[in-house]
Design a protein around this ligand. Structure first.
Ligand code: ADP
Ligand code: MG
Length: 257
């Protein structure tokens, strides 16, 4: 698996007069973990929503290994090898963990709708292959024992892991994680940190939005910090943590930062 390089150049987004993202530029290098931090409302999720095509950009350019993502819809962006998790977990609670992860495989994309409906032999084979692949993935994420349990019955930390597994099932070149540690306890955060490092080792590029500054510093090669929709600092974790603008943005706001 090889990661792709994400380049963002002067992107902007406004909502009814509110400037959510105001000309942000940064690069997430291939195969590295880039942390995206900043106080609540600083434009992190909006940036991710523009990368994935959920929101059109008002201005600027986004490319993946040089191919433009700007102007594409979420399905097209996904087809370029971009997968994400959401700040609010989106799993099917009644469905098993394995079924949820299978949703990430884009089963049926290569087969026509009609052949899927007719359940032709090629479809069954593809489904078996995908299922086997997902079981391996669950094993790698150390949640194989949860495969047949309804996703809604899992602990918060395990649900977040399943969401990441589903994103990985599409074999992305770029993985976007929106606050994956939110609501996790200390032990769960520790395991999440290991998982992110494991994903990095596999070569996938990661863009990580995270509030826990210790976690994001531990796993990131590079950190970008936003405040009020603008970039206020960028560099190694140590450089960003030492930045006066970052310290002020965090201390100047509130306890949740
Ligand atoms: P963060 O993820 O850094 O907490 P967001 O990107 O979610 O911040 O939000 C940035 C700003 O944009 C906030 O002021 C937020 O209220 C606003 N915003 C985000 N999404 C929408 C939307 N769909 N409609 C209106 N305003 C939005
Ligand atoms: Mg957010």
């Amino acid at each position: 698996m090889t990661g792709a390089k994400l380049e963002i150049w002067k992107i902007a987004k406004r909502f009814q007069g509110i400037v959510a993202v105001d000309s942000i530029s940064f690069v997430a290098e291939a195969g590295q973990v880039t942390g995206l931090i900043g106080p609540n409302g600083s434009g992190k999720t909006t940036t991710m929503n523009m990368i994935t095509g959920l929101y059109p950009t008002d201005a600027g350019r986004i490319t993946l290994d040089g191919a433009p993502l700007t102007g594409r819809d979420p399905h097209e962006v996904a087809a370029h090898g971009v997968a994400r998790t959401f700040q609010n977990i989106r799993l099917l609670p009644e469905q098993s963990v394995l079924a949820n992860v299978m949703l990430g495989t884009h089963l049926g994309h290569r087969q026509s709708i009609l052949s899927v409906l007719a359940r032709l032999p090629g479809v069954a084979r593809e489904e078996r292959d995908a299922k086997a692949r997902c079981r391996v993935l669950l094993d790698e994420l150390r949640i194989a024992h949860l495969a047949d349990i309804p996703a809604g019955d899992l602990s918060y930390g395990d649900r977040r892991r399943v969401e990441i597994a589903r994103a990985l099932a599409s074999r992305p070149r770029l993985l976007l994680l929106d606050e994956p540690a939110a609501g996790m306890n200390h032990a769960e955060k520790g395991r999440l940190g290991e998982l992110i490092q494991q994903i990095r080792t596999s070569g996938i590029t990661v863009l990580l939005i995270e509030h826990d500054i210790d976690l994001v510093s531990r796993v990131s090669d590079h950190i970008v910090c936003l405040n009020f929709g603008r970039e206020i600092a960028e560099g190694t974790p140590a450089q960003v943590r030492a930045s006066a603008a970052v310290i002020e943005a965090y201390l100047g706001r509130d306890e949740d930062a």
